[in-house]
Write a protein that binds this ligand. Structure first.
Ligand SMILES: [Zn+2]
Length: 289
């Protein structure tokens, strides 16, 4: 058996097309799981908060049907019919069903295949850039984490601690021996990332009386600092601010958003984090020489 694994390992090392092909398949599968995570994690958090509120009032929550990442089975949001395993194949089922529910024929959101495709594409890019190495494995996890956080923040303006904090620790562990940064820079990056946005938050709040962002944003920049080291923070902050401002202005001009309505900042931080993953050395060389 070990020789089989050794053979597979050797084939993946020598054949980058095989590695990228398998990564694409794995990315579609994991993207399908991310769809569940993006949809259910905020709902699970909401249930926990409600139970906590009831507990503080001395009441106990009524035993509800289990709701977690495994149960209940996925169902159509329109007709509530359980989706069979055959209709739940990433991307393929969406294409075969022409984007409609088999039972009620209502449209399935194109976001599901989009998340699957995005996961597959980014993971394949990582495999292409870093090859068959442990670096690739860690970078996959970072990509999947950032995709999940982007969509959850976009939907709910939440960046769950249950995702940002493990990702932050993983970044520090990643930089223990191999990684994108030395450990000193990573530890300073995590602290500085948090402190930087925390300071901006309080400055903005003292000047305007408004909250410009949430604590989840501080933790996300801390996470990126932990992965890339403090040297990358100015570039990430600049890029995410520019992106956020451009999208915000475009939305206001198109009348889709008012000047005062809040916009999540997490997706822009995550996009800047992904840019840093693929172009990190070039970016730091630009301003650090
Ligand atoms: Zn349906």
């Amino acid at each position: 058996m070990p020789t089989v694994f050794a053979d597979i390992s050797l084939s993946l090392q020598q054949n980058s097309s095989l590695l990228i092909g398998l990564t694409l398949l794995l990315g579609l599968l994991l993207g399908s799981f991310l769809n569940v995570l993006i949809y259910r994690l905020p709902k699970m958090m909401e249930r926990d908060w409600q139970a906590d509120c009831l507990a503080m009032q001395g009441q106990t929550a009524q035993a509800a049907t289990p709701y977690n990442l495994m149960r209940p089975r996925s169902s159509c949001p329109h007709c509530q019919q359980t989706i069979s395993a055959g209709d739940n194949i990433p991307l393929l089922s969406y294409l075969l069903l022409k984007g409609r529910c088999r039972h009620c024929a209502k449209t399935i959101s194109p976001r599901y295949p989009l998340v699957e495709l995005l996961s597959a594409a980014l993971m394949a890019l990582v495999s292409w850039q870093f090859g068959y190495s442990s670096l690739t494995f860690f970078a996959w996890l970072l990509c999947l984490g950032l995709i999940t956080l982007t969509f959850i923040d976009f939907d709910t303006q939440l960046l769950p601690d249950s995702l940002t904090l493990p990702l932050l620790w993983l970044g520090l562990l990643f930089n223990l021996n191999l990684g994108f940064s030395d450990l000193n820079s990573a530890v300073i990056g995590a602290a500085a990332g948090y402190l930087l946005l925390w300071s901006i938050y309080w400055l903005f709040k003292l000047c305007t009386g408004k909250e410009g962002m949430g604590y989840g944003d501080f933790k996300l920049l801390a996470t990126l600092g932990a992965w890339y080291g403090w040297q990358m923070l100015p570039a990430i902050l600049l890029l995410s601010s520019l992106l956020g401002a451009a999208v915000g202005i475009a939305l206001i001009l198109s009348g889709r958003r008012g000047c005062d309505s809040a916009m999540p900042f997490g997706p822009f931080l995550a996009i800047a984090g992904l840019v840093a993953l693929f172009f990190g050395p070039q970016i730091t060389r630009l301003y650090l020489g």
